[in-house]
Structure formats: C-alpha cells, structure tokens
Design a protein around this ligand. Sequence first.
Ligand SMILES: Nc1ncnc2c1ncn2[C@@H]1O[C@H](COP(=O)(O)OP(=O)(O)OP(=O)(O)O)[C@@H](O)[C@H]1O
Ligand SMILES: [Mg+2]
Length: 299
Amino acid sequence: MARENIVVGLDIGTSKIAAIIGDMSLGDPEQIEIIGVGIANSHGLRKGVVVDIEKTASSIREAIESAELMAGVEIGSVFAGIAGGHIQGMTMSGVVAVAGPEHEITEADVKRAISAAQALAIPVEREVIHAIPQGFVVDQQDGIREPIGMCGVRLEAYVHIVTGAVASAQNLVRSVYMAGLSVQDIVLEPLASSEAVLTPDEREFGVVLVDIGGGTTDIAIYKDGALMHTAVVSYGGSTVTNDIAMVLKMPPPDAEVLKCRSGCTLVDIVDTHEMISIPSLGENRRPRVLPRQVLAKVI
Ligand SMILES: Nc1ncnc2c1ncn2[C@@H]1O[C@H](COP(=O)(O)OP(=O)(O)OP(=O)(O)O)[C@@H](O)[C@H]1O
Ligand SMILES: [Mg+2]
C-alpha cells in the first residue's frame, strides 16, 4: 500500500499510548478505513507531559508495532496528540482593511485577519499549536462564517488560539523521533477527540466535550458550529486513585483495581449495608472490610 494513503494518529496519554492506522485510499478524504490499532501501557508521562523521553519512546514503539502488525504496513510518520497543564486556549480578534479595489474579500484578506489575531505577544517559551477561526465581522455585520466573496472595507476575525510550552512540545516530538518515527503535526488532544465523537449538529447546538484521562481532563466547547473554548486540567483518574490509596492506606495499584471494580461517584446511590474488602499495606496483613459508601465518599 502506498505510504501517502496511510494516516496515523498517536495518542500519547498518561496511562496508555494508542496508535491508530487509517487507509485513505477510498478516494473520499472524509472516509478513512481503520486498518490497525495498537495500545501500550504508558510509562514516561506525568499529568499528560513527557517527563522521561526514553520510557515514552519505548511505549510508543510498542503501540506502533502492534498497530503495524495488525495493519500489515510499516509506519514512517504520525500525527501526535498533545495535552498537559501548559496548554492555554484563548480567543483573540484581528482586524484588517479589505485590500482589493472592489472591496471583495479574498482568501488573502482572511489569512491576514487570522494572523493579525495571532499578533498578540506570545512569550518565547510558548508556541501556537492551533489558530482556529470562530467567525468574522464584515463592517458592522457579525456572525459571518464564510466571508470570502462578500463586500466590505473592514474585516475582523475572531480566532481561538491554542498555545503550549515549546519545551513540552519538543519533548513529545523527541520521544516520537526516538521511537523511529517523524511527526507530521501535533494536534491538541480534545480537538482530536472532538473530530472522533462529535456530530456537526451537536457542535451547532452547543456541546461540551470532556475527556477524563489518567493524568489530565481535556475540555472543548462548541457553539454555533465553532470552537469556543479549550482547556486541559492537570487532574484525571489517577488523582482519584491516589486519593483512594492515601485515605484508605493501600498501594496505588490496588487502589486502581478497587476504583474500577467498586468505585462510585454518588454516595447516595450506594446501599448503606454494602461492604467491600480492601487490601492492607504491608505483608501478612489481612484484608479489611469497609462500607462501600466510604470508598464513594473518597471518590
Ligand atoms: N471502569 C472504570 N472506572 C473508573 N475509572 C476508570 C475505569 N476504566 C478506566 N478508568 C480510568 O481512566 C483513566 C485512564 O483513562 P485514559 O486511558 O483515557 O487516560 P490517558 O489517555 O492515558 O491519560 P491522559 O489523557 O490523561 O494523558 C485511569 O485513571 C483509569 O483509572
Ligand atoms: Mg487521553
């Protein structure tokens, strides 16, 4: 299969690394056939950020190899997801005068307006990951989605700009390189999730996408078909696991199993008489028995 027809997504998460291989040879760019998936436990990240390049690279290799095996193709480059507490999303506006003599807005005017919105002072340690137009104002008329071809003298673009720490992005890219692959582009994780799970109607009506991962919680908000807000919060399922381990005094791996097996977020729906058995710290200690409501309270 020709390499140019292959597209690969790599989700570098705190708990797991997932690789997905798509075949685009169906002819329609909207239709991608998934031909390989590989998942590996992730070891080199903390709260969505690479803290150990070598360990991350070896987890990436493992995920990619199993996806390659399933697809029967060899991978050269990937689109890599990025998240972490360093990510910031903000909406800025940029204004330009429409250039043409007939005052007809062209693609070049739109590009200039979008880059004017990015002209904000971005500190050297940060870089723009995405600049996604929300809507345009032509003269006094707002709420315009497609200004090209319209007439006006003043074009204003509202743009959602996602920035991230240069160092965190570089460490992510280096991990992928170390795994023997190149990075075609980096994509904000909640935007990739939005592409996968949201319908155009949901984005039109208004929707909040929340992806609770192991180390981060990723958020994307859409309204009127446009991306209104993105955020990455440095708390996820492992925060809950660590709280259980600390409060109930048990090893984190046991707390993880307990959470997934008996956890509940609503204390009131747990039967007051229901009991659970939990392991104790230290060898030769007998398991303890507790009301399941205690676990729900911790969660
Ligand atoms: N049945 C379950 N009940 C509760 N939590 C669960 C369950 N199954 C998985 N989890 C939690 O989901 C988290 C892992 O989610 P996910 O695989 O999406 O994370 P990730 O993408 O690797 O991390 P991140 O996106 O934060 O970097 C873990 O904290 C795990 O405990
Ligand atoms: Mg994730």
